[in-house]
Write a protein that binds this ligand. Structure first.
Ligand SMILES: OC[C@H]1O[C@H](O[C@H]2O[C@H](CO)[C@@H](O)[C@H](O)[C@H]2O)[C@H](O)[C@@H](O)[C@@H]1O
Length: 588
């Protein structure tokens, strides 16, 4: 059975990423890309759905973990009655290969190690054909199924029993053993082995150099550095696409149906990630992402999607995997995401903010990059008043969501500013007129004057945590009475044990059964809104609490179940980490 979500840590090579459990088992890995089918899917099922375990066979009396300073190399230390074993997990970056390297070092006494290598392709469904072969002068174990080939290397290889390749062996103080699994296309020959020491050294250097540029002058600078590194791991090296999370179907409601696939590039999540990276001083990432964006949305602006595959593809049909029981029996397990065809009017606003920040950071517009923004804003000008599914991608009826309307204002506002401040060409008069019109409309229809708060949509008196972004995007100043009233109303209606829900599910607005837990990004938005409102002390108290919720290696899922003290939803979630960075920057 899978571990609590917070007992996993992320390793990755910026092509894909794996979840390593505190028990030494890799329970989730999609190869070679974030959105490829998983070959280790025990996270959503059992060990028979694929996993790779290296851990003491003896009873473990203590486990501690850490990332090697400034890197995403994970070090797990197991203490047993007889000794101590350190497991280093690395996915080397920058070499266009897909390898997972696991190095065991016995640092004290004697430890019996258990090895279990269970590859199942197609998300735990297909048992590959596994053989022992000779390649490049060594024995290797090779698993083949359809297009995929997995090569296990190591100084001592496990043997096959009942579909598992397992082994037990003793290690004594000073012993070191390195194993690796490499993915290749099944029609290719087994590649050369990696030079482990050299790849570990370069990966360490690259990641240290990158994370060393993270700001020191923010509260919780270490947590911020880890968040930035986690966002980097979710940015695809080759294409520049940024995924929302490396997992699918970790439940928002344990045992419920709120299970979604996040292994894709949402324009919203990616644009917000970029804002955080730019705010923290990482500028070159903006260029890569803008290139990704230009390729992904190229074509008729009317065909803009709200999400794409990692390489900018448009097809990500949602389907259910019946063969997987789901994490904590949360079914269905879904791959693909039906929200792809939704109308979400906020998205262009977020994109325009990120591209404006990039411009202000010195990234010049190319003819193409501005022409595209201009075409998208003109397209929005023809449809700005249509109802939508909102940023929460609700599957209930479309509405006039206030947050979406505010982001429409943002899109026109940033387009006008691009023309005014940077002399970029476009239908500025029309954009200006629509910007002012949507603003008036929001203040009239999206504001409940009696209660002194903005509302979730135009036909309700309910509130929504997304309204906390109103001061953050500059729609109103942070100390405007309407903003202060909204903060109070959101806290009064949506606070659960000190953390914020996105909205009240009980109203049925999202068209789904069940409930959910506080959404961590919303609580970070509250920190930022409080800071903008001049309530710095309150903001700091909440920020301290939220940073205290990160797991032992600094990671956050999408939501937090305050009753059980457990993380919920996909993990780690870019939205949570990017909002953490933004909150820290707001408190700078
Ligand atoms: O709440 C139902 C929706 O949940 C998912 O959307 C959430 O995740 C997205 C990626 O991080 C984020 O952009 C969005 O704001 C969140 O609501 C899911 O992807 C949707 O299919 C689902 O309808």
């Amino acid at each position: 059975m899978a571990l609590p979500i917070e007992d996993y840590a992320l390793i990755g090579d910026r092509g894909t990423a794996a979840l390593v459990g505190k028990d030494g088992s890799i329970d989730w890995l999609c190869l070679p890309r974030f959105d490829s089918p998983a070959c280790f899917a025990a996270l959503l099922g059992t060990e028979d759905h694929g996993r790779w375990l290296l851990a003491p066979a003896d009873e473990v009396v203590e486990t501690s973990r850490r990332y090697v300073d400034g890197t995403a190399l994970l070090e797990t230390t197991f203490t047993t009655a007889g000794g101590e074993l350190v497991l280093l997990d690395v996915m080397p970056t920058g070499d266009n290969r897909a390898d997972v390297v696991r190095r065991l070092t016995c640092t004290r006494g004697t430890v019996t190690v258990r090895h279990d290598w269970v590859v199942r392709t197609d998300y735990g469904k297909v048992r590959p054909w596994v053989t022992r072969q000779r390649a490049h002068g060594n024995d290797v174990v090779v698993a083949v199924a359809g297009p995929d080939k997995f090569v296990l290397r190591g100084p001592r290889l496990p043997h096959g029993h009942d579909g598992h390749h397992d082994d037990e062996f003793e290690m004594s103080a000073g012993d070191e053993m390195t194993f690796s699994t490499t993915w290749i296309h099944s029609w290719h020959d087994v590649p050369e082995p990696l030079g482990f020491d050299e790849r570990i050294r370069t990966t360490t250097q690259q990641q240290r150099e990158w994370s060393g540029r993270s700001p020191d002058d923010v509260p919780h600078a270490d947590v911020v550095r880890r968040s930035l590194l986690t966002l980097l791991l979710m940015t695809h090296d080759d294409t520049g696409g940024i995924v929302a999370a490396p997992t699918t179907s970790l439940p928002e409601d344990f045992g419920g149906e709120r299970n979604w696939d996040y292994r894709f590039c949402w324009l919203r999540d990616a644009a917000l990630t970029l804002e955080s990276l730019l705010g923290a001083g990482y500028e070159e990432e903006a260029l890569e992402w803008r290139r990704w964006l230009l390729r992904a949305v190229a074509g008729d602006p009317a065909d803009l999607q709200i999400m794409y595959t990692v390489d900018g593809g448009r097809e990500l049909p949602e389907r259910e995997l019946d063969h997987l029981p789901g994490y904590a029996d949360s079914r269905p397990v879904r791959i693909g995401n039906g929200a792809v065809s939704q109308r979400q009017n906020d998205v262009l606003g977020e994109v325009m903010v990120a591209l404006e920040l990039a411009r202000n950071a010195g990234l010049d517009e190319t003819r193409n990059s501005w022409a595209l923004q201009r075409a998208l804003v003109d397209e929005l000008a023809d449809h700005w008043d249509e109802a939508d599914n909102g940023l929460w991608e609700i599957r209930g009826p479309q509405r006039h969501f206030t947050h979406s309307r505010v982001m429409v204002w943002v899109a026109f506002d940033r387009a006008v500013r691009a023309a005014e401040d940077h002399g970029l060409p476009g239908s500025v008069e029309r954009w200006r007129e629509l910007r002012d019109r949507v603003r008036e409309e929001i203040l009239e229809k999206g504001f409940d004057a009696e209660r002194g708060t903005f509302t979730q949509h135009y036909d309700t008196r309910e509130v929504d945590a997304s309204l906390l972004t109103i001061p953050l995007v500059g729609f109103l100043p942070g100390d405007d009475p309407r903003v202060l009233g909204t903060i109070d109303a959101v806290c009064a209606d949506l606070m659960r044990d000190g953390l914020l829900l996105r909205y009240r599910t009980q109203t049925g607005v999202d068209g789904l059964a069940g409930d959910e837990h506080p959404f961590l990004a919303c609580s970070f938005w509250l920190v930022s809104a409080l800071a903008h409102a001049g309530r710095r002390d309150d903001a700091e108290v909440l920020m301290d609490r939220l940073c205290g919720l990160t797991n032992d290696v600094g990671l956050l899922a999408e939501e937090y179940d305050t009753e059980r003290g457990r993380m919920a939803g996909n993990f780690p979630q870019a939205f949570s980490h990017l909002a953490l960075v933004q909150a820290a920057l707001a408190l700078r």
